[in-house]
Design a protein around this ligand. Structure first.
Ligand code: AKG
Ligand code: FE2
Length: 324
């Protein structure tokens, strides 16, 4: 059975993105992730309390409020303790990473792989550029010394802009979904329809938040915001320009973004481990073992730790003329 109607398929091809409403069964597909992350948060709180960074573990608060309070009290965000990828700089032997079984199960979600198969064929690699984002409300944001909000809005970019140029032709699909409702005020994503028809656009350093496309290269007037409900899923082409709006709600904006590409094409971040999620040609090459997946990240971390030379993930250095 096909996952996409003809109209949906043409929307993805023509516009560079597609929202599928109620794709996931929230109770069966998303709740196990939430439960797993509740454990991550409890352990983080306990560690910080033992280290004296926080006085209370804030056990009386719900997940969102508890994380916000822990960040406020410790004065830092703890994004890396939840993420299932390594950071793009300064990887150390003890850099935190969360690669739990509920996350792995979602990466291997059967119907999600069916959907990806319709778009890129049956040899599917789970690309290691994958993140959980837990964004604090701007009103309670944590800032760096220069006053930049940490893990605030995501600047306008193409996902090709976060891969190495070797992956420019890789047919990488981005999958984005919220763990709970992401209305406009919570800082949902925005996209520029049809922007994927251009090539890779220059990205420049952006206010302490990585890299973004300068305004003069963007048709921002054409942008559309994509409020999404729990269970909805967004597909994007690798060259679709997208960003996120500020979180003006009073709750964490919580999302996953995953990527898949045909197995024999470059992932664009070869120092990180992906895995074969589906193979009709060589089913034995599929990874079904959550522990092996977690171990592959621990091995990559050990290999990369302290090796600044190996940690070259950025293709932009800010020296492009448009960045001036
Ligand atoms: O969630 C966000 O704010 C940004 C997500 C993003 O850039 C992506 O999914 O590629
Ligand atoms: Fe992105």
């Amino acid at each position: 059975m096909s996952c996409l109607s003809e109209a949906q398929r043409s929307q993805f091809d023509d516009e560079g993105y597609l929202v599928l409403r109620d794709f996931f069964d929230p109770g069966a597909d998303l709740d196990p992730i939430i439960t797993e992350y509740e454990g991550v948060l409890v352990r983080l709180a306990e560690r910080l309390a033992v280290a004296g960074e926080i006085k209370s573990t804030h056990a009386d608060a719900d997940f969102s409020e508890r994380l916000i309070r822990i960040c406020e009290e410790s004065g830092r965000i703890h994004a890396q303790s939840f993420d299932f990828s390594l950071p793009q700089r300064n990887i150390q032997a003890d850099t935190p990473i969360w690669t739990g079984p509920a996350v792995f199960n979602l990466l291997r979600h059967e119907r999600l792989l069916d959907l990806i198969e319709e778009l890129i064929g049956p040899e599917i690699y789970a690309n290691p550029i994958q993140h959980v984002r837990l964004k604090l409300p701007e009103a309670r944001a944590i800032r760096d010394a220069a006053g930049n909000i940490l893990q605030g809005v995501t600047p306008w970019h193409q996902d090709s802009g976060v891969t190495q140029p070797e992956a420019d032709e890789t047919e990488m699909i981005t999958v984005w979904f919220p763990l709970w409702d992401a209305p406009v005020e919570s800082g949902c994503l925005a996209v520029i329809p049809r922007s994927h028809r251009q090539g890779v656009i220059d990205h420049c350093p952006f206010g302490g938040a990585g890299f973004g496309i300068p305004d003069k290269l963007l048709a921002k007037q054409a942008a559309v915001a994509l409020p999404m409900a729990r269970g909805d899923l967004l597909l994007m082409h690798r060259r679709t320009c997208h960003s996120s709006l500020p979180n003006q709600s009073n709750r964490i904006r919580w999302s996953f973004d995953l990527r898949y590409n045909p197995t024999h094409q470059p992932s664009g971040r070869s120092a990180f481990p992906g895995f074969v999620a589906r193979s009709r040609a060589h089913p034995a090459s599929e990874l079904h073992d959550a522990t092996a997946w977690a171990n592959s990240w621990l091995e990559a971390r050990a290999q990369l730790a302290g090796d600044a030379q190996a940690q070259t993930f950025h293709r932009w250095d800010g020296t492009r003329e448009v960045c001036a």
